[in-house]
Design a protein around this ligand. Structure first.
Ligand SMILES: [Zn+2]
Length: 456
């Protein structure tokens, strides 16, 4: 059997990456994530697959591939697939985003997960606060250039820049042919040059097959202007310096670039950034990665203290992992008192906190996330806008994407120059023919569950 690649997710969709590489009996999954639209016809915010039924409620609707020797006993307890000893050798994870690792929770814990050192730190922080899909697995960590072997295959991880630290692409040497996998990437973040390193390394390896994301490969990219992280900083600084009242923002709590950007914008304007306990825990755990230079909890950033259980800010109301942050805690009353001096990060499900804070009218709200791209997102956006109107705040959209725009994906493909390109993590694989640099030498649009040869 010649080495092959089978895409079990990430096909014609953004997210859900699950790519099986097979080479003479060696089987490795590149990522094992949840699709954003997985089961949207059957499940929504109120109807969810039951954890207690493992993979059963997902198999029912074809939301996970039924592969023998892949899942845990618990995942298969109530399914027709028999639990056997592992037939898959490893899962190699590109980065800690749900659409790349969310389904690892169902994978047999005897199958090791390879991930970057920073990913392990992010996993540990999540694990302490809310649990992580990697919880039961042995993690084998790597850094850029640290080659590792899984039986027949040799992996070279190379960092890329993305909206979470510790993101990697891979160059994989099989017994016949070389594969390059980009993971998720951009060039316009603070560490954009990391992606250039990947491109150089991939180009040198002259891959037979390039598996590349194309999130923003789209005829009508809503972010055509492609703002960079630096422009997010400039715009935010302007906004904050013009504001006399509370500045409130919603952004992904594990986007460390954004945390740094807002921390610097706040500090420049003599304000203090206040984050959630969960973000504070992540920042603490990421301190050991010196390169990230995250702000220090307590010294640089404050922590928002939500009322819980008794409603009286009693220490006993908080989980053990939350207690060390209480001393840096800023309550709703304190936010109200110092509103002109703070920059508050609040995730949308904590918006009811604003009822306690009662900020003065005339504050500033910064929505720092992707604009809604589906019905569910639009509905949430309407609700957020209603809150902002109710508070008498002004609404601003300031964001830089975690993904490269179409033009730059085209440039990456041309620079690497692979024999075959397989577009994944995109809704428009056919548009890979329309790159300004011209169509790739050979474009193969993958079909779900159908193996492709590595060598054409
Ligand atoms: Zn991602």
């Amino acid at each position: 059997m010649k080495p092959s690649l089978t895409c079990y997710g990430g096909v014609g969709e953004i997210g859900g990456n699950k790519f099986l590489l097979e080479d003479r009996g060696t089987k490795v999954f590149l990522d094992f994530g949840t699709g954003f639209a997985d089961g949207i016809e059957f499940y929504d915010g109120s109807i969810k697959p039951r954890d207690v039924n493992g993979a059963g409620d997902l198999f029912e609707f074809g939301l996970l591939p039924q592969i023998p020797g892949l899942y845990s006993e618990r995942a298969l307890q109530n399914t027709s697939l028999r639990h056997t000893s592992p037939e898959v050798d490893a899962v190699v994870l590109s980065h800690y985003h749900w659409d790349h690792m969310g389904r690892i929770a169902h994978v047999d814990p005897r199958i090791p997960v390879y991930c970057g050192e920073t990913t392990e730190l992010i996993h540990r922080a999540s694990s302490e606060s809310s649990g992580s899909p990697l919880d039961d697995h042995e993690l084998r960590t790597f850094r850029t250039g640290m080659k590792f072997r899984v039986e027949q295959m040799e992996f070279t991880p190379v960092h890329v820049d993305h909206s979470i630290p510790g993101a990697y692409g891979f160059i994989i040497q099989t017994s016949e042919g070389t594969v390059a996998y980009t993971g998720d990437f951009r060039f316009h973040g603070r560490a954009g040059s990391l992606t250039d390193d990947f491109v150089m390394e991939a180009r040198t390896s002259a891959p037979d097959l390039l598996l590349t994301e194309g999130t923003r490969v789209n005829a009508t990219d809503p972010q055509k202007a492609n703002p960079s992280e630096t422009s997010v900083f400039e715009e935010t600084r302007r906004m904050v310096s013009d504001s006399r009242n509370l500045v409130l923002s919603t952004f992904r709590g594990n986007d460390v670039d954004r945390i740094n950007t807002f921390y610097r914008a706040a500090r420049t304007c003599d304000r203090r950034l206040v984050v959630s306990m969960r973000t504070a825990l992540l920042l603490e755990r990421l301190r050991s990665d010196r390169k990230l230079r995250v702000p220090r909890v307590g010294k640089d950033v404050g922590v928002y203290l939500r009322r819980k259980k008794s409603g009286r800010l009693d220490d006993r109301d908080y989980y053990p992992w939350e207690r060390p942050f209480i001393k840096h805690g800023i309550s709703a009353a304190e936010v109200r008192k110092s509103q002109g001096k703070l920059f508050l990060h609040l995730v949308v499900w904590n918006f009811p906190e604003l009822v306690d804070i009662k900020p003065d009218r005339g504050g500033t709200y910064i929505h720092s996330a992707t604009e809604a791209f589906n019905e569910e997102g639009e509905r949430e956006d309407t609700v957020v806008r209603n809150w902002i109107d109710h508070l008498g705040f002004t609404y601003h959209q300031i964001h830089a994407s975690g993904h490269a725009p179409m033009e730059e994906v085209g440039r990456l493909v041309a620079a690497i120059g692979p024999k075959t390109v397989v577009p994944i993590h995109t809704e428009h694989p056919e548009l890979f023919r329309e790159f300004r640099e011209g169509a790739p030498r050979r474009l193969v649009i993958p079909r779900k569950d159908a193996p492709l040869p590595i060598m054409s």
